[in-house]
Design a protein around this ligand. Structure first.
Ligand SMILES: *Cc1c(COP(=O)(O)O)cnc(C)c1O
Length: 221
């Protein structure tokens, strides 16, 4: 099976309204180019700022890059220059930095708020309380160079699929609350990014409309 075969298999399986982010971290630019030109894959995900910048410089501008890794303040400028979306916004401080760099770059940066849903210390994201706090803060809504497009989350790394489903269900509930509440007049708010190679089926059952697939396309890392 080639990468293209695996991607096409996924597309045939996944409902058409669910977008696929091809997670290309550690993969060569030639493999990305091949999927982009050979199968029309448009969205690719990277989790390291420098790797993203290097690849973006070498590959066609028609690719949309999503940044999906934990982002440090000193790397924000690099990412803002090339990312169409930052999926992994996990603190208010980071939002302020993104707003500042996007302003300098003369763009409005599309972002997802990453929500902490796993039972794992190692994962990042806003807690329910932190999310409520920033949503109640006028300063947050006045960031002129940030556009919040939706939410992202990562479930616990486990084969306890009931736990995974309940974590995704929890994220979906928060998403629906925002979509029908504070963002109800916001056409652009509508992305729920959840699900990876091992759990995308569960994520889609729980309402995901964007999956981030690495090894399921490129083979094991
Ligand atoms: C690596 C990564 C993925 C893809 O993981 P696979 O298990 O290879 O599909 C998805 N999301 C994030 C945030 C990642 O870092």
């Amino acid at each position: 099976m080639t990468n293209i075969d695996r991607l096409i298999g996924l597309r045939n399986e996944i409902p058409p309204e669910v977008q696929i982010v091809a997670v290309s971290k550690f993969k060569a630019t030639s493999e990305i180019q091949n999927l982009h030109e050979g199968a029309g894959q448009r969205i690719f995900g990277e989790n390291r700022a420098q790797e993203l910048a290097t690849k973006a410089a070498q590959l066609p501008k028609s690719i949309e890059w999503h940044f999906i890794g934990h982002l440090q303040s000193n790397k924000v400028k690099t990412v803002v220059q090339v990312a169409s979306m930052i999926q992994s916004v996990d603190s208010y401080r980071l939002l302020l930095e993104i707003n500042k760099e996007a302003s300098k770059a003369g763009k409005v940066q599309d972002c997802l708020l990453q929500i902490y849903i796993a039972k794992e210390e190692s994962k990042f994201g806003f807690s329910e309380e932190e999310l409520a706090q920033i949503l109640n803060d006028n300063a947050f809504h006045n960031l002129q160079h940030i556009r919040i497009r939706g939410l992202m989350g990562m479930a616990t790394f486990t084969d306890n699929w009931q736990l995974v489903a309940s974590e995704f269900g929890f994220l979906r509930k928060q998403f629906e609350q925002l979509k029908n509440g504070i963002y109800s007049h916001c056409e652009s708010f509508g992305i729920l990014s959840m699900g990876m190679t091992d759990d995308y089926r569960i994520a889609i059952d729980e309402g995901s409309n964007m999956v981030r697939i690495g090894s399921g396309i490129f083979g094991a890392r």
